[in-house]
Design a protein around this ligand. Structure first.
Ligand SMILES: Nc1ncnc2c1ncn2[C@@H]1O[C@H](COP(=O)(O)OP(=O)(O)OP(=O)(O)O)[C@@H](O)[C@H]1O
Ligand SMILES: [Mg+2]
Length: 577
């Protein structure tokens, strides 16, 4: 944006001036307006010569030129006007500002230097200025003002530009704030916040944006049946529109299990898992859930050695535990189709094998794991995603952790194979093999799959750590970020966090970010609902915002959903008036 526009779009007057501070310990600004006009987390601009600095208010502090003036209630002793004058001279409020970015604005607009500066840029001798991380400080007495819509658009991007998506608005003045969806899907990201802070609602908003923008496919592991079909809000009882309702041709809802119904509605197709798809690692993942013993891996290995990776599950399931027959001497021995007979023949500990058999009973009995599925459900999901569609896998009545862990990991493993294969093909023969379509996998209650203990075993942690190169990233949604493995947390690009009460959770969300101390307070002081802090690599600088509302208006404003009408003000503003 040029200087001219930035002045038109930012009719903000100064709220103070710089009186001290530094890069490490924040800048200090003396407030020239009343303190109630400024809040913690406010986005401010500091103008200084050729540079413009952008920062966040991290604290407000009362000060006095001499402590006596602060201690004494002079308004009771002196006439009102006199007291007012005295206070104006001696009592003040200081803002602590965490500087985040700086941008070259160039010399004064009407000066000759400006013309020369601009010409150099136009001739390509100098780069178009862009926001840089702060490396210096503004001088004493540099003016501080609240950021206007132009400043916010300058840093966070303009809503009209393709790929920029309004995620909320600034808290003080309600200016729209965008995230860049291209950047958002380039790395894994996370939505955090205590229960009821609005994570699922915000995730719907982001997903609607992604589907609308259509640069990536989305697969949602919809543990609580919230995303695909219409739902009812638990607190207000109002109807919440599902994504398939608005994107009937782009979104498929898949129900887990034969004949699955989701809230009385029939999904687009059902998913049954073939027994041959279950691998030992899928079972090991359930160690905690099924309370498996440490002998499990050895027994599983022996099963695979006996029957092969595709048949071990069905063969094991078909065995009988504890079955005995009498041999020719009338002695009871394990029946030939018993677990014990197999274990004896393979030299496996019988107790371990029988124990595993009994614990796997819960998996053997899952109605959606069948020997011959009616259709290749996993294949269909993958095909839909490759073809650019989006999928919400609803777990229907299978809401236990066992179902969630088993199915999501198994499906993701197949996806990973497919996407790795496609990427390698594309890299070796770019002319013949198309570039894979980026895929975002959405995980609710992510800590169940990405906790410290489990992370090493799930495909998800591999995705979070390295699948970015294979065009697959995660969007994890969680109330307890502290329970997610730190290595995964530190890989998250964009982090969007609502209010968190627990210190460990706050620390986890901020891990690896600069200015953690200042941001910690900001997170803890968010409103309990519909306010979030934008953080991380995916956003230019941290900023608390009021979340966009997920309602009728949202759908009206989503470009292309309903011929969005721009207001006269918006058109005028764009023209520079
Ligand atoms: N952006 C929003 N637009 C409209 N309503 C919202 C929004 N965010 C939150 N709400 C309201 O807050 C309630 C709780 O939000 P939500 O269900 O998203 O919480 P959550 O963080 O997902 O909680 P949990 O962790 O328990 O799943 C919603 O039922 C809704 O009424
Ligand atoms: Mg939720």
């Amino acid at each position: 944006m040029t200087n001219q526009q930035s002045k038109i779009n930012n009719p903000q007057s100064a709220i103070g001036f710089i009186v001290g501070g530094g890069l490490r310990e924040s800048l200090l600004a003396r407030l020239t307006v009343t303190a109630d006009q400024i809040q913690e987390g406010g986005f401010v601009v500091i103008e200084s010569g050729d540079w413009q600095f952008y920062g966040l208010v991290t604290d407000l502090r009362l000060g006095a030129s001499d402590p006596r003036f602060a201690d004494e209630q002079s308004e009771e002793r002196l006439p009102a006007e006199l007291a007012h004058l005295l206070h104006g001279q001696t009592l003040f409020t200081d803002l602590e500002v965490m500087p985040a970015l700086m941008l070259e604005r160039g010399p004064e607009l009407d000066s000759q230097e400006y013309a020369r500066w601009r010409q150099q840029i136009d001739l390509g001798l100098k780069d178009e200025p862009r926001p840089l991380p702060v490396k210096t400080v503004p001088p004493h007495h540099a003016k501080v003002r609240l950021a206007g819509p132009g400043d916010i658009a300058e840093i966070f991007g303009k809503a009209e530009v393709q790929g920029n998506f309004v995620i909320g608005e600034t808290r003080e003045q309600g200016h729209p704030v965008c995230i860049n969806l291209d950047k958002f899907v380039q790395r894994s990201s996370g939505v955090f916040g205590a229960t009821g802070t609005g994570k699922s609602f915000l995730a719907r908003i982001v997903l609607a944006g992604l589907i609308q923008y259509n640069r990536a496919s989305v697969l949602v592991f919809d543990m609580h049946n919230e995303y695909g079909l219409d739902d009812t809000a638990s607190d207000t009882g109002e109807r919440v529109i599902g994504l398939r309702t608005k994107f009937p041709t782009r979104m498929r809802v898949v129900g887990l299990g034969p004949g699955a119904q989701i809230r009385g509605q029939t999904p687009d197709f059902n998913l049954e898992i073939a027994a041959r798809d279950i691998r030992p690692e899928d079972i090991e993942l359930l160690t905690r859930e099924l309370n498996l013993k440490e002998t499990t891996p050895t027994t599983l290995e022996a099963l695979v050695a006996s029957f092969g990776a595709e048949h071990w599950f069905a063969k094991f399931k078909a065995m009988k535990s504890g079955a005995v027959i009498e041999d020719e001497n009338g002695k009871k021995v394990p029946a030939p189709d018993s677990v014990a007979a197999w274990a004896n023949a393979r030299g496996v500990n019988v107790m371990a094998a029988e124990g595993l058999y009994s614990k796997l009973g819960r998996v053997f009995r899952l109605p959606y794991v069948v020997e011959n599925p009616a259709s290749d459900g996993i294949g269909e999901i993958i095909k839909a995603l490759e073809a650019g569609q989006h999928v919400a896998l609803s777990f229907g009545r299978f809401e236990r952790d066992l179902d969630y862990l088993l199915v999501s990991n198994l499906l993701t493993r197949r996806i990973r194979q497919t996407w790795e294969h496609k990427t390698n093909q594309h890299r070796s023969q770019p002319e013949q093999a198309e570039e894979p379509r980026p895929l975002v996998i959405v995980l609710e209650e992510a800590h169940k799959l990405l906790n410290r203990e489990m992370a090493a075993q799930t495909t998800f942690s591999t995705i979070a750590r390295e699948l970015r190169k294979y065009y697959v990233t995660l969007l994890i949604i969680d109330q307890r970020p502290s329970q997610i493995y730190d290595e995964v947390m530190s890989q998250l690009g964009t982090r969007i966090s609502g209010w968190l009460g627990d210190d460990d959770d706050i620390r986890a969300v901020l891990s690896g970010l600069a200015g953690r101390e200042a941001l910690r307070g900001m997170l803890a002081h968010l409103q309990p609902k519909e306010e979030v802090l934008l953080l991380g690599w995916g956003v230019p600088m941290p900023l608390p915002v009021r979340s966009r509302r997920y309602d009728e208006r949202f759908w009206e404003e989503l470009p292309g959903k309903k011929g969005r009408k721009r207001s006269q003000d918006e058109i005028l503003e764009e023209l520079g008036f």
